[in-house]
Design a protein around this ligand. Structure first.
Ligand code: ACM
Length: 531
């Protein structure tokens, strides 16, 4: 068992200044002497923020958002800040029921968005939020920081109707640069509209990356002009024999832009050299024996491989990854590399050498599942660790060693962050090969002290994948993701010292009404004191 070094909840919150005025300390003690979580006083808006901010201090009266409230951006801050203001207005109009026009001019009452390139303590993605009777000022070095400030502001207002942003100040910045989720649209096909809905949900909790698992044995989901049968034929299947589907390039571009406006970077994955049956079924020339297999609708893994000895294979990956790089403004292309059980180890290593070269030639940085550490990770290639408590120590050590040699690590422990693992044995959708993952387990670990020999400085961040072998509907997707996605959000953003299940579970419970208001299906986990 991993021993967590967590500070006491109350001490931490006081140290962070989250409890602020002594009045709220008194309230937190309450009249009820029974002391059970469900009998404690309700959290104040500053206390219930999720992810917890780096520091918050309640002070004095706040700003009442009302019919006259405007959102202010100044022309000098540029078009992008204006757009962040428009998006914030859109997000606040429905819950508040107010018009919230966006106006030019930083001076005057209202919600003010300011860029200050010298702002202290906020980094590239953080922000300062100050609330006083004359307004709320959001300050950041970048538009991304202002966007995140806006998401905090949403949580400081009531679920429905206008309200008062409590007086005080927040200074906030993320712990990790990479805070990600993944969705597998290959095992079951999902539309771009559904993925956009997820982008909104991620962005709301300051998750800044969406890894899209675009291809697998059961389906190829993105149109590639130079190999059209991949999507046209290879996209026409999915687990269970449904019709499958694929995204056009225009749809993909639209998704990239939508996510980008919400400061979510897409990381597209073409999984190789295994997990490629849909590609082999589409093009016989990609197989070693020249015979295309049938399309596959089961859930086995590890049976397919690209033909490592054939030059045509490398023309294929060059053209596919080239077209993908052209669609990708982001930094990364994920090339999979997991479960290549049908590719001999030496072939795997030589294939991954060439695949990594192709990604570099197209100007992108490689991300691969951590099996790449058993081959030759390119300088700077990012390893995504998906092991669990029973993963052999030697495999963990290999990842830590690669990190020491300059390969940053994204942590996605399957028995913590795989959103497709069942909450408990009674959970209907989902798998349990890594164990069941109750909400508390998804939250109660420290990414900075997780893998032996892997220092926090080598951890790029955390990611919560959702594999869809058993998930075919939006309701099941959301039920498995929520509320465990919020564990990911907090582990990625909040300071290590504020990680504490007792207070977290109360803050999580306070998110219930926000999730309900957005019609998000979620698991009312019994380990959380829902109101
Ligand atoms: C994986 O779960 N095969 C990365």
């Amino acid at each position: 068992m991993r021993v967590l070094r967590l500070r006491r909840a109350l001490g931490t919150l006081l140290a962070l200044g989250v409890l602020g005025a002594s009045a709220s300390c008194t309230a937190a003690r309450g009249d009820d002497a029974r002391g059970g979580g469900e009998h404690r006083a309700a959290l104040t808006p500053f206390e219930r923020l999720l992810p917890a901010p780096a520091s918050a201090r309640a002070a004095g009266p706040g700003y009442a958002v009302g019919p006259g409230t405007v959102i202010r951006t100044s022309r000098g801050s540029g078009e992008e800040v204006r757009r962040v203001g428009e998006l914030l207005a859109e997000q606040l109009r429905r819950p508040t029921g107010l018009p919230l026009p966006v106006v030019d001019g930083a001076l005057g009452d209202g919600i003010r968005l300011r860029i200050d390139e010298d702002a202290q303590g906020v980094g590239e993605e953080g922000y300062r939020l100050e609330s006083r009777p004359d307004g709320v000022t959001l300050t950041a070095r970048t538009p991304a920081g202002l966007f995140h400030a806006g998401q905090t502001l949403r949580q400081l207002l009531p679920v429905a109707g206008p309200g008062t942003v409590p007086g005080g100040e927040i200074t906030d910045a993320p712990r990790f640069a990479y805070r990600g989720a993944m969705v597998d649209v290959a095992r079951h096909f999902f539309t771009v509209e559904q993925v956009k809905r997820y982008v909104d949900q991620l962005a709301q909790y300051k998750v800044n990356t969406l890894h899209v698992h675009l291809t697998d044995d059961q389906g190829w989901r993105l149109a590639i002009d130079s190999w059209p049968r991949l999507a046209e034929y290879g996209g026409g299947s999915e687990v269970g024999g449904g019709p499958g589907g694929h995204w056009t390039k225009a749809e993909y571009r639209d998704l990239v832009a939508y996510a980008g406006e919400r400061y979510v970077e897409l990381v597209p994955e073409i999984d190789m050299p295994g997990h490629v049956n849909a590609a082999l079924a589409s093009y016989a020339e990609l197989t070693c024996d020249g015979k295309a297999p049938a399309r596959y609708t089961g859930v086995k893994v590890g049976f397919s491989s690209l033909c490592v000895g054939k030059e045509r294979t490398y023309e294929f990956i060059d053209q596919v990854l080239g077209e993908l790089a052209e669609l990708t403004p982001g930094r990364y292309i994920h090339i999979g590399g997991d479960e290549a059980h049908s590719t001999p180890a030496a072939d795997y290593a030589s294939f991954m050498d060439r695949a990594q070269e192709v990604v570099a030639r197209h100007g992108k940085t490689v991300v691969a599942w951590h099996q790449l550490s058993a081959a030759r990770p390119a300088p700077g290639a990012v390893l995504q660790y998906w092991g669990h408590d029973r993963t052999p120590a030697a495999e963990k050590t290999r990842v830590a060693t690669a990190a020491g040699a300059g390969n940053p690590v994204i942590l996605s422990p399957a028995d913590r962050l795989y959103l497709d693992m069942k909450y408990d044995q009674a959970t209907k959708p989902g798998l349990a090969w890594a164990g069941v993952v109750p909400v508390k387990r998804s939250y109660s670990w420290d990414p900075g002290a997780y893998l032996p020999g892997l220092p926090e400085s080598a951890v790029l961040g955390v990611e919560a994948p959702l594999w869809t072998e058993t998930i075919a509907t939006r309701a099941d997707w959301e039920f498995m993701a929520f509320p465990r996605l919020l564990s990911l959000a907090e582990l990625g953003w909040s300071p290590a010292g504020s990680l504490d299940w007792d207070t977290y579970s109360r803050r999580l419970a306070a998110q219930g009404p926000f999730l309900d208001a957005q019609d998000i299906t979620f698991h009312r986990a019994p380990d959380v004191p829902w109101q």
